[in-house]
Structure formats: structure tokens, C-alpha cells
Design a binder for this molecule. Sequence first.
Ligand code: ATP
Ligand code: MN
Length: 465
Amino acid sequence: MLEKILVRDARLAENVGKKILLQGWVRTRRDSKAGFSFIEVNDGSSQGNIQVIADAELPNYETHIKSLTAGCSLAVEGEIKESGGKGQSTEVHANTVTVYGTADPDSYPLQKKRHSFEKLREWAHLRPRTNTFGAVTRIRNCVSHSIHQFFQEQDFYYIHTPIITTSDCEGAGEMFQVTTLDLDELGKRQVDKVEYKWDFFDRPSYLTVSGQLEAEIFACGMGKVYTFGPTFRAENSNTTRHLSEFWMIEPEMAFFDLNDNMDLAEKFLKRIFTDVLEKCEEDMQFINLRVDNTIIQTLQDIVSCEFKRLPYTEAVEILQGCGKEFEFPVEWGTDLQSEHERYLTEEHFNQPVILFDYPRCIKPFYMYCNDDEKTVRAMDVLVPKVGEIIGGSQREHRIDILEKRMQEQDLDLDAYWWYRDLRKYGSVPHSGFGLGLERVIQFVTAMGNIRDVIPFPRTPGNADF
Ligand code: ATP
Ligand code: MN
């Protein structure tokens, strides 16, 4: 049995001399005048291809090898040799080439010419075979791994919070309803009032928008925990930074105040960027060449700088005094729009910025109220181009203030009985934040549209594949 090898490893000089089995897809093939074919093969394991040299003497040369085109799948048995060609240190000399599947060049969409990312989205079943999507996918994998490593090294427990929930984390927020009721049937019977006792959970249920409240339960008993799972938002926002289904990482820590929370968020992002630069070097070179020629430098700068920390109130002053015309006016007490966030991080500071102490009137009930009675201990981490990448806060752990805030926001206290219990029994200061995985991938890959950093994007009107 020959050793199976990945293209990534077959490209390493240290493997010269090995007799191997290689399996993958043809990127290109060309004939040499000297009576053989050069076949560029990729199997998803690296940005670079391996060049396979197939001699005209091979028994299936005329029947199969000569008609190989982009997209065909094959197996090659052969030997890794030093390559004389430019830009590669090894090549594979084939002893046998077995074709698994052909790909009709008249209909196979991924021909040599470059396609727009919009077009590639329509071919979500084939885009993993492209250079850019391969790079994005490997980087996404690296970041996911890094996230787990980071938290595990810092003694966090990975917990799983529910996907189906009957509580709405933000007290508002657009949610997808989950039901087993047959809407067609209810329509046909012209039912005008739906009884939730007919439904699966005997009450309205939804897809989660955040695992925070449940993560707080575990933090208030086990110290430091994090979730990493899918979250859903039914907002009708057709932007380049919003998905209806995305992956969120939510750490929640007992005995952490807002400063500890900001320190953790900064350390966490820097660790992700460091790992991407180190472990995805080849893919990042590709991104730097093809997508944004400043991205590697930007990430290197961020890793070695200190994030700017600024109270919301000061940010408003900067925005009001900067002389720039914004589409939305800036006023203390309103949420900052993406144009404001981007001005601060891209133009004014030109580095990541952590804004904190937001007006309490625009923030949810669970955020810790400052003594000034006007602000809460909230924080957002902003980065150039993407804007908000992390949102978090110190949580209100004082039962009287929490309940007052819930009443202010017309929430049903009984529905949150367990959340209030955490403040009645052994309440502790605690904090946490949420990082959108796709926002971070979008940032490190400099991809303009968030739909191109998730395998199968869900957005209003789009749920194909
Ligand atoms: P935004 O203001 O950008 O819409 P948000 O304030 O509604 O975001 P949070 O509820 O604070 O978002 O969610 C925490 C994090 O999850 C955000 O900082 C962001 O990284 C990510 N996120 C939020 N909504 C989306 C979305 N629709 N698609 C992708 N990522 C998202
Ligand atoms: Mn937010």
C-alpha cells in the first residue's frame, strides 16, 4: 500500500523520494512537446497545487489523461521528485493516473477566468474548489481552532446553550419563530386566533439570538465559560455585514468587571490574528495579493498596538467636532451608526477602538448601571472596515437595580425568575461579550461581503443549498 499524501505535504522538499498516492481535482492540464502532460492538482489542503507529470507512455494516456480538464477528479500513484520548474520545489512523476470523474468543459462553471464573488455565491456547491474560497475556509477553520485553544488555555469551560429558546435575550430583537403548527392548514381553516397550547412547547418558541443568559447561569457557578454556536436574527438588514444565521462566540466570566472584560477581548482578538498570520501564511499571502494588499501589515500592526479605549461620551464629542458630514446626525443618547464607528476606527484613530460606558437608555436591561445614572458598563470593539466586531458588558448583579431596569423596559419579571434567582443567591460581579465569527473572518480575509466568509449564507430571501 502506498502512503496517501495531501497536496500540501507533497509540495514539501522533505518528502522528495517518497512513493505516494495523491487524490484530488485537476486545476489545469497542458501538454509538453516532449510527449507528456503537466497536470496541476489541488485537494483543498493548500493554496498551492502540485504539478503531476504524466508520461505519454502511460497506458491510458491517449484515452483518459489527454482529455483531462479543469474539475476532473483523479488518483495519481507516483514518486515525489525535486522540481526544476519555477515557483515549486517538488513535482510528482506519475506511474498510474486513475480518473474518477470527468467534468465537461462546455458546462463546468469554474473555467480558468476569474469569476465575481456574486457569481460564485450561485455556485456555492462548487466554490470550495476556488482559490479564494479555499483560503477563506482554511482561515475560518484555523480561527475556530484558535478560539477553542485560547479559552481552554485560560481555564474556560466550553458549554452548549440551547438553539431553541422561549426567552428573548435582548428583550427586543427580531427572532425566528419555531413551530410545528401547520400554517397552511390554519390558513385553510381560517383560524383567527392561534392557541399556543396546540404548539410543540405549549408556548411561543424561537431560534436563539444569543446564548448569554444561559451562559450567565454557568458562569455564576463554574467561573469562566464560553459558548460557540449558531445564532439567528430575523432582521431585514441587507448589508455586507449582516447574516440571518451566524456563529457567535460568547465568553461569560464570574468576578470580571468591565476592565477585565476589555482586557480579555483585546487579548482574544490578538491571539486570533497572531495565529492566522502564523498558521495561514500561504493563504494570507494570497489574500494580500488578490484581495487587499494592506491586510498583513494591518494585522501585524494590530497585534503589537494597544487598542484605544474611549468612553462613548468622548466618542460623541469627537464625532460632533470632526467636521465630517454624516448621513445620520450624532447626538448623545443615540446608538452610533456604522458610519460613525468606521470614522472613529478608520480615520480618527486608525486602529481598533473599544468604546465603553454607553447611555443606559439605548442598552438592554442586563447591563450594569454606573453611578452617574446615565450610563451602563457596556463595551463595543470596533475595527476598521467591519465596524463592530464585539459587543459586551459587565452584567447587572444587584437584584434591586436589575428589577427596576426590567420594569422600566416593560419586561415580565416572572418570565425571568431564574435570571433573577442568580442575583438572589450568591450574586457576583460578572461580565461577558459576543464575537461574531463571520465578522472576524471578514476582517482578517478583507472580504467585502460577509456572505463570502460562511459556507452557506442565509440572508433575507436567500436560503439555498
Ligand atoms: P450590529 O450593530 O452590527 O447589527 P449588534 O449590536 O446587533 O450588531 P450584538 O447583539 O451586540 O450585535 O451581537 C454581538 C456580535 O455578534 C456583534 O458584535 C457582531 O460581531 C455579531 N453580529 C451581530 N449581528 C450579526 C449579524 N446579523 N450577522 C453577523 N454577525 C452579527
Ligand atoms: Mn452590539
